[in-house]
Design a protein around this ligand. Structure first.
Ligand code: FEO
Length: 396
């Protein structure tokens, strides 16, 4: 994708990765691809803000060269060390002889530990200002949003915030602005990004957003490092982040189960009948068929979770075990959960799932249920009542 003018003298020079389908070492599925955004600012000083994944270095370089010779770049801002944003640095630092890298102290350490080159660099902190000519850049450290080294770069003269991963989406498109694309896809990907990458960091995100808003800076454009740029009502994504960070939820339940011979699924279907009759919204997933990234996204605004598994070797089935391990890391707050499952010889899955739920900091809403082999008529009724009881907690 060629460079796009964002503002007079400011260009989006990043790349679109249409084909990537898994990210972060397969922890995140990117069904809609992604982009690695970088921004070029032409002033008396010339600055590149962030780079791209290393395999796209050539495309980034061509995009920059269409605007300015590489030799003229004075600074490269490294808002974040992760290689989807720093990967082109080795090539750029070879081709940009006067470029100096600016980033946080942790970013400087991280770059060295990733590339083992002592590039010309300068550590910046919150409030530091880089004068470019007509414009300037102010740096705002944003540790754990989402890595210890993360930083936002702000251009006050243009009211332009470049927050790197924050407010991004894994969404490949030929358009550059959020208001130009399908809004369902945009918000679906923004929520998926928050749920899978940022959910555990909610309290820090809430505080950082409050800190930035207290600075009384005007924000007309938010240009993240993935996906579309927010230029119309950019605070809509900030407010959405605040809602997610506060763990605000809806009367919605996500049921996730793993079944061996179908008995646990039969229980699950009765449970959702009880939930649905009580008017709560339900999302239902077989953990072996569903995409975990999508399931986690659905959990983001759900008040309740119900987990089911057949018993195997006195515990839960292995895919559910892996799924709950991921859930444990989310540090979800203000949620309730319950567990169920079938067994053949002896139970064990419900107890084991409940132990993980408790470790995850999620309240167990009601005792779990477990039945031997296929549930009979009475047991099916108990599954239905289990769903209704859980719905009362959600609606209560
Ligand atoms: Fe998009 Fe944290 O890298």
């Amino acid at each position: 994708m060629p460079a796009t003018k964002l503002l007079p003298g400011i260009y989006s020079v990043g790349v679109v990765d249409w084909n990537v389908r898994s990210f972060h070492g397969h922890t995140y599925t990117t069904k809609r691809g992604t982009t690695y955004n970088a921004y070029l600012i032409i002033d008396e000083k010339i600055v590149l803000v962030d780079t791209v994944l290393g395999s796209f270095s050539d495309e980034l370089i061509e995009n920059i060269k269409a605007i300015t010779p590489l030799e003229k770049i004075d600074y490269i801002i490294a808002n974040h060390v992760e290689t989807d944003h720093s990967g082109a640095l080795p090539e750029l630092m070879r081709l940009c002889p006067k470029a100096k890298i600016l980033g946080t102290a942790k970013c400087k350490d991280g770059l060295y530990k990733n590339y083992y080159v002592n590039w010309d660099s300068q550590v910046v902190k919150t409030g530091d200002i880089l004068k470019l000519g007509k414009r300037s850049l102010t740096f705002i450290e944003a540790p754990m949003i989402h890595w210890p080294d993360s930083m936002f770069t702000y251009c006050p003269e243009e009211s332009l915030l470049m927050p790197n991963d924050a407010f991004g989406q894994h969404l490949a498109s030929s358009e550059r602005f959020a208001d130009e694309v399908d809004q369902c896809a945009l918000w679906d990907e923004a929520a998926k990004y928050y749920a899978n990458i940022l959910w555990p960091l909610g309290s820090l995100i809430e505080k950082k957003i409050a800190d930035v808003l207290k600075m009384n800076i005007e924000i007309k454009i938010i240009a993240p490092s993935h996906g579309l740029i927010w230029r119309k009502d950019p605070l809509q994504i900030v407010n959405k982040y605040l809602s997610w960070a506060k763990n605000e939820t809806k009367p919605k339940v996500v049921v996730v189960y793993e079944t061996m011979w179908g008995a646990t699924e039969k229980m699950a279907r009765q449970i959702i009948s009880g939930l649905s009759e009580s008017g709560v919204s339900v999302k239902f997933f077989d953990v072996n068929q569903a995409d975990r990234t999508d399931v986690i996204k659905e959990m983001l605004d759900a008040k309740g979770f119900i987990f089911g598994s057949s018993t195997h070797d006195n515990g839960m089935l292995p895919t559910m075990a892996g799924f709950l391990e991921f859930v444990k890391g989310l540090a979800a707050k203000n949620r309730v959960a319950s567990c169920f499952g079938s067994f053949g010889w002896a139970g064990g899955s419900v107890k084991e799932m409940e132990e993980v739920v408790i470790k995850a900091g999620i309240e167990v809403a009601q005792p779990g249920i477990a039945f031997k082999y296929l549930p009979d008529k009475d047991e099916m009724q108990r599954c239905f009542e289990f769903g209704k009881d859980f719905a009362r907690r959600i609606n209560g």
